[in-house]
Design a protein around this ligand. Structure first.
Ligand code: SAH
Length: 241
């Protein structure tokens, strides 16, 4: 579908008319200088893209729909250790562009917060907005899910449910397998990635992760910042170019 056309996520709808939020309608009018008759793409997080003709007052008429072809056939959940907010937001933004399907904030030993309740609803709202903007910008047809934060130990309970769970960890000795050399089956896989905070995972956390099916992997000889590790590892797992 045409790439210059502006994209907007909307709540699920039925029928031939799409309603945009007040904020979206304002953006179309004031920022994009659009008016009735102009076209946008509406996305309802179903994998479909709807070409819509604006009718004014924030409504649009569906002209045609088509199936998005850009979503990766693997599904990737990234467990991102809580790191300084600006870095965390960068990880959400880049992860969304790269194709991550779900983000789970996790609190590990060396995170700067130690309670999930310290992350306020306003913070989640801001993260959701960042994900939506980034998804629109990168032409996603599915919105990455943002889960509630978990303590690392609780997060581990989910790991056996993935086809593969990778835990990039930095070791003094380069004894771990490189994520680049992991052979991924061709069939769609349910994948998970677990990235540590600025100070890394503790040895116990890595040991415990292994018990919960996580495969420790290396991302190369150089030590990456946590947010860089999210982007690099996600890209390695979702390459479809
Ligand atoms: N200060 C820590 C590094 C933390 S980097 C130390 O020196 O050990 C933050 C996180 O990014 C790590 O917990 C790991 O999950 C990931 N990471 C960064 N570089 C990596 C690499 N070269 N290999 C594997 N994981 C890496």
């Amino acid at each position: 579908m045409v790439s210059m056309i502006h994209r907007f996520f909307v709540p699920p709808f039925s029928g031939e008319t799409v309603h945009f939020s007040d904020e979206q309608a304002r953006q179309m009018r004031r920022v994009l200088r659009m008016s009735a008759g102009d076209r946008v793409l509406a996305l309802d997080d179903s994998g479909w893209e709807y070409e819509v003709e604006l009718m004014g007052e924030g409504d649009g008429r569906i002209l045609q729909k088509s199936r998005s072809t850009i979503e990766s056939h693997h599904h990737l959940t990234v467990y991102v250790s809580v790191i300084k907010w600006d870095k965390f937001e960068w990880a959400l933004q880049k992860g969304t562009e790269i194709g991550v399907g779900r983000f789970v904030p996790v609190i590990s030993r060396r995170s700067f917060l130690q309670k999930t309740a310290s992350i306020k609803p306003k913070r989640y709202e801001r993260w959701r907005r960042i994900i939506i903007e980034s998804a629109e910008q990168s032409h996603r047809a599915r919105l990455p899910v943002l889960a509630d934060a978990l303590m690392l130990n609780d997060a581990m309970e989910e790991w056996a449910s993935y086809d593969f769970t990778f835990m990039p960890a930095v070791y003094a000795k380069a004894e771990t397998v490189s994520l680049r050399h992991v052979e991924m089956p061709q069939l769609p896989q349910k994948l998970a990635l677990v990235v540590g905070p600025e100070g890394g995972f503790t040895d116990d956390e890595v040991k415990n992760g292994r018990i919960h099916q996580a495969i420790p992997v290396s991302l190369g000889k150089r030590v990456l910042r946590a947010e860089t590790a999210v982007a690099v590892a996600s890209a390695l797992l979702l390459t479809d170019f």
